[in-house]
Structure formats: structure tokens, C-alpha cells
Write a protein of this length. Structure first.
Length: 295
């Protein structure tokens, strides 16, 4: 009898611990291989609403761009995924898959669109800061069978591959199109304190040296970037956090970011503005959120 009672007591304790873990989110990893930090259950956050969830075909959504119709968005998987873009609805439902012909998916980390709907895919994830094949693919989804144009680029200030650990600020998971340029925002894996901003010519030569424009003091690691339609708000996404920057005229470095915490949202990786006050956010776990600025 004592053994039975002891066994039942042990089972009860284990079950209680598991329930407690599920309630407070311990044991859930939101970062996967990219950080491994545990996420907590999400509390209500002013202005943030979960609007959808992407199905299993979209694995680890890592970028977000406006689609051809209102309420649609392009996204893609992370490193190791197929070289494919996915057009999804706001509720996460898949509209169609668009394999990008003739290219590899080394580490796609961002996608951005110009006013004509041409997409620029950033194959410039660089976790170890040692890549020499950084590429932007220019792809027109209206011509899905045409191979994209490639822009191979280097950073003017990178001399070592990889540099010392504290100097590893050449990973790029964030990009946006503005006024004929592709702007790149780095993820500071060395010190987590500075986002560098570079510019490429969107219609420039196939090989370019990115222009270093300056730095933004960001207390975190940037995972995507988006610019409001009026060009006055730059949003830099981090893991479970958002940095809002007041900017003008494409001057993205003379700004002081305002941090917005998004605890429990997960591995937030994609961002795009729907209008001047509405930001859409995607996560590696497949969730889609709408964030209303000013609430």
C-alpha cells in the first residue's frame, strides 16, 4: 500500500509541475537555434493583436512584405528552407507558393518590395560573420518563371572573416526599399548595442560594395526593418521587442529609438507597414500580429 501511495504522490507532483510549466511558458523555446531563450505566456500588450497563424508549409517565417492585394503578404522560410516565397492572407491562410527559379537558399532573412511590387530577397543571414557570398535577389512575382537578378555585395568595413567576437556586426536580417536603394540593418551579434545601416543601389551593378551610412544605438539584435508609407517611422524588430524611430528624408541614423516590449510574442522575425500607424509582424512559430502604433 505504501508503494502505491508513494507512486500516486510522485505522479501527482510531476503532473502539477508540468501544468505549472505550461502556464508560465517555461520549457518553451521561442528562439530555436537562434538564441534558445525561453518565452513566457503572452500577456495583453497595448496595440498588439494576434490575427492569424500560418500553416506547416511556411516553416520559420523570417521576413514579410506587402502582397499584390490588400490583406496579403509575402514571406519565406529561414536557412535550410526551400528557395520559395509564400503569399499568405492576414489570417495566415496560404494563397500560393512561388518557387524562385535558379537560386539557392543559403540563409534568406528578409524580403522587401518596391512601389511596383518587385521583391528584393535578402540572402544575407550571416550568423558566424564569415560569409563571402552575400546576395540580394531581385524577383518580380508577376514573372514567376524568370530567374531573379542577383546583387552580390560586400561590407566596406569588414576585413576579417570572421572578425573577433566583439566585432561581429555583419549579420543582416533586416532590409527595406526606399527611393531606389536597398537599406540593410545589421544584427549586432558581438555586443548587442549597435545596428549599422548600409545602402545598395536597387538597380545598380551585379557586384557592389555597400555604402555604410552610419549606426543606430539599439539595445538588442535587429531581425527586420520596415518604413511607414509617409517615410516618418522606421520600425526595427527584435526578439519579442520593437524599436520605433522617428525619421525623415531617408535619414535613418539620426534617431533615438523608442523600445516597445512584446513579451511572449515568440521569435519575431518579419515586419511591414500596412499604413502609417499599422505594422504587421510575423514570427518563426507562424503567428501573425497587428500592432497599432500609439495605442
Amino acid at each position: 500500500m505504501n508503494r502505491i501511495v508513494a507512486g500516486l504522490l510522485g505522479l501527482t507532483l510531476l503532473t502539477s509541475a508540468a501544468c505549472s510549466e505550461a502556464q508560465d511558458g517555461k520549457g518553451k523555446k521561442g528562439g530555436g537555434k537562434k538564441g534558445g531563450k525561453k518565452t513566457s505566456v503572452m500577456n495583453p500588450i497595448a496595440g498588439l493583436t494576434k490575427v492569424g497563424h500560418m500553416g506547416g508549409e511556411v516553416k520559420e517565417s523570417s521576413g514579410l512584405a506587402l502582397g499584390p492585394e490588400a490583406g496579403t503578404f509575402y514571406t519565406h522560410g529561414d536557412d535550410g528552407a526551400e528557395p520559395t516565397l509564400y503569399l499568405v492572407r492576414e489570417d495566415g491562410g496560404l494563397v500560393k507558393s512561388l518557387p524562385v527559379p535558379g537560386v539557392r537558399q543559403v540563409d534568406w532573412e528578409s524580403v522587401t518590395a518596391d512601389p511596383q511590387g518587385v521583391l528584393y530577397i535578402g540572402d544575407c543571414g550571416n550568423n558566424n560573420n564569415d560569409r563571402r557570398d552575400l546576395t540580394i535577389y531581385r524577383f518580380d512575382p508577376r514573372q514567376p518563371n524568370a530567374a531573379p537578378r542577383s546583387i552580390r555585395f560586400t561590407y566596406p568595413d569588414q576585413k576579417e572573416f570572421p572578425p573577433g567576437k566583439k566585432e561581429r556586426n555583419f549579420d543582416c536580417e533586416a532590409s527595406l526599399w526606399y527611393n531606389g536603394g536597398i537599406y540593410l540593418f545589421t544584427k549586432d551579434r558581438g555586443q548587442g548595442s549597435t545596428c549599422k545601416v548600409y545602402r545598395l543601389q536597387a538597380d545598380g551593378p551585379a557586384k557592389q560594395t555597400a555604402q555604410l551610412l552610419g549606426k543606430i544605438a539599439v539595445a538588442g539584435e535587429v531581425t527586420d526593418a520596415a518604413l511607414s508609407p509617409d517615410g516618418r517611422t522606421l520600425a526595427l524588430l527584435g526578439r519579442e521587442e520593437l524599436f520605433l524611430c522617428s525619421v525623415s528624408g531617408g535619414n535613418f541614423t539620426q534617431t533615438t529609438p523608442r523600445a516597445v516590449r512584446l513579451p511572449g510574442a515568440g521569435q519575431t522575425e518579419g515586419a511591414v507597414f500596412q499604413d502609417n500607424k499599422t505594422l504587421m509582424i510575423s514570427t518563426e512559430q507562424g503567428n501573425l500580429y497587428r500592432y497599432q502604433i500609439g495605442q
